[in-house]
Design a protein around this ligand. Structure first.
Ligand code: 5AD
Ligand code: SF4
Length: 498
């Protein structure tokens, strides 16, 4: 009997053990949740110990080189794994997979499957196929990747995520009360430094009725806070179902979902931030008063090199509209330091912009040339590493100063918090010993409506409900306070929401 005549081995018995490592953005966290959800339905258990797993998946990020190196070193550690554990399946998913399939198999020949961001629904079948080959003694190299942007990419990706998002895995969420919902994928902006349009494909918005359905399912599972995800989330636009929906329309559509108490969305694109969206977050009580709209640089020359499509003056106009329409709204930014052509003078303008726009916080990155981007092809990476490092530290120091000053303005005010769970300090204490504090009080944490971390003492029964906290002190990252009301049922009804 040849191998081909033999009955197919049973490759998905119960008790399969899955280890999944996720790097990168919230989009990746959500993708991992979906993959784990699908695999659990096939009897997989999740383990945090790679040694205990027979299936190891790496959900990857390509935005900066460091994230890729991390994955290659994790893969390197598994080089001889199959000698001692035949039948182990190793897969690379996500952005790196989409971009570098050949390179991955060359650098890590023990990898069995490489699956792009638009094909994650195929992961369970691909794992079964890889295991089948392994059991039959042959080596598999399976790939499932998007077609090029010019090919059938647009439709192909859409079909995949429309049918895939409803499968969710509650244990992978940030907390049981918080969940991500993807409303769009891909990006058509092509900033010169950025690899996302290549790895995530063309921009596509999901049908509003699908988003609504998913929010209702999540609410039914006890989720109270929804974060809508998109690479340029406020560019959301969907025509069909009788009208064209923008993000503001979508917020109105999902706002009254029973059980949902809070809604936010990330990441924004400055050029597409219209007053309709600002008016929606002003008028809809469940919406966060928070926007993440990365400026990237405070210098027009650098913004031009980046092809961001706006100037600092446009951004200033946007900020004035934010402050006018939604007073107290917090805004956070991303910055790249050491972009090609960034002089000391240009960099100083980024410092000035943090002081002027009073960002709640900023995510600061050193420019990392990414193969496949315009910047990598056409521009010299001309800022030395030590200069990038110094600028990174300087910008961070200014941002910390501003964050602390802005937080201090809230001392003495009341903020509304959806209680997420024990604070980081409390978790550490709980790990050390399990004796609870007198009266059952622990240190709890949650976010204010302007997305600031709030820490306060309270009964663990409050977790998952809303509380009002008076701010008494702060650091650059945290508001510290005391509970005013023990419990409120609906955030929308609170008189003071910050
Ligand atoms: N180098 C450094 N930072 C980058 N980002 C995107 N591409 C690069 C790159 N090549 C940053 C941007 C973006 C964030 C997600 O990552 O600031 O907003
Ligand atoms: Fe990348 Fe620019 Fe698209 Fe953001 S808007 S994902 S930085 S190309």
């Amino acid at each position: 009997m040849t191998a081909a005549d033999a009955p197919a081995p049973d490759v998905s018995p119960p008790n399969r053990r899955l280890y999944i490592e996720t790097v990168g953005c919230q989009m990746n966290v959500l993708d991992s949740e979906l993959v784990v959800g699908a695999l659990r339905q096939r009897g997989y258990e999740v383990t945090s110990d790679p040694e205990a797993a027979d299936t190891l998946l790496f959900n990857t990020c390509s935005v900066r080189e460091k994230a890729e190196q991390k994955i290659y070193s994790s893969l390197g550690r598994l080089k001889y794994r199959k000698r001692s554990r035949p039948g182990t399946v190793i897969g690379v998913l996500g952005c790196m997979a989409q971009k570098d399939q050949d390179l991955i198999f060359r650098r890590a020949p023990h990898v069995d499957l490489v699956v792009g961001t638009g094909q994650l629904a195929e992961v369970p079948d691909l794992i079964d196929a890889a295991r089948q080959s392994a059991v039959l003694g042959s080596k598999s190299r399976l790939t499932a990747l998007s077609l090029s942007r010019r090919g059938g990419g647009r439709k192909e990706i859409e079909a995949s995520f429309e049918s895939y998002d409803p499968l969710r895995e509650p244990t992978m969420r940030p907390t049981p009360h918080q969940a991500f919902v993807r409303i769009m994928i891909g990006c058509d902006k092509f900033c010169t430094y950025c690899v996302v349009p290549t790895t995530r494909g063309p921009e596509q918005s999901r049908a509003p009725s699908d988003v609504k359905k998913e929010v209702e399912i999540l609410a039914g599972q006890g989720v109270k806070e929804i974060t809508l995800l998109g690479q340029t989330v406020n560019s959301y636009k969907h025509s069909g179902e009788g009208k064209t929906y923008r993000l503001s329309d979508l917020l109105y559509l999902i706002h009254d979902t029973p059980g949902i108490e809070r809604i936010k969305f990330v990441t924004g694109y400055p050029k597409d931030l219209g007053n309709d969206l600002l008016e929606a977050i002003r008028d809809l009580p469940k919406c966060y008063h928070y926007l993440h709209v990365p400026l990237q640089s405070g210098c027009d020359d650098v913004l031009k090199v980046m092809k961001r499509g706006y100037t600092v003056a446009h951004y200033r106009d946007m900020m004035q509209r934010v402050w006018e329409i939604v007073p107290g709204c917090s805004v956070s930014s991303d910055f790249i330091v050491g972009n090609p052509g960034e002089s000391e003078e240009s960099f100083q303008k980024s410092i000035d912009s943090i002081r002027e726009f009073r960002f709640k916080n900023s995510f600061i990155f050193k420019y990392s040339p990414r193969p496949g981007t315009k910047a990598h092809e056409r521009l010299e990476d001309d800022v030395p590493e030590e200069v990038k490092r110094r600028r990174n530290n300087e910008l961070l120091a200014v941002q910390n100063e501003v964050s602390e000053e802005e937080n201090a303005r809230l001392i003495g005010r009341r903020v509304s918090v959806l209680v997420e769970g024990p604070s980081v300090r409390q978790k550490k204490e709980d790990d050390r010993d399990d004796a609870s504090a007198p009266g059952g009080t622990v240190q709890l944490t949650g976010h204010s409506r302007c997305d600031r971390i709030v820490v306060f003492d309270g009964n663990p029964r409050l977790i998952g409900s809303a509380a009002e906290v008076e701010v008494e002190d702060c650091t650059g990252t945290t508001l510290l306070g005391s509970i005013v009301t023990r419990e409120v049922t609906h955030l929308g009804g609170l008189p003071v929401l910050t």
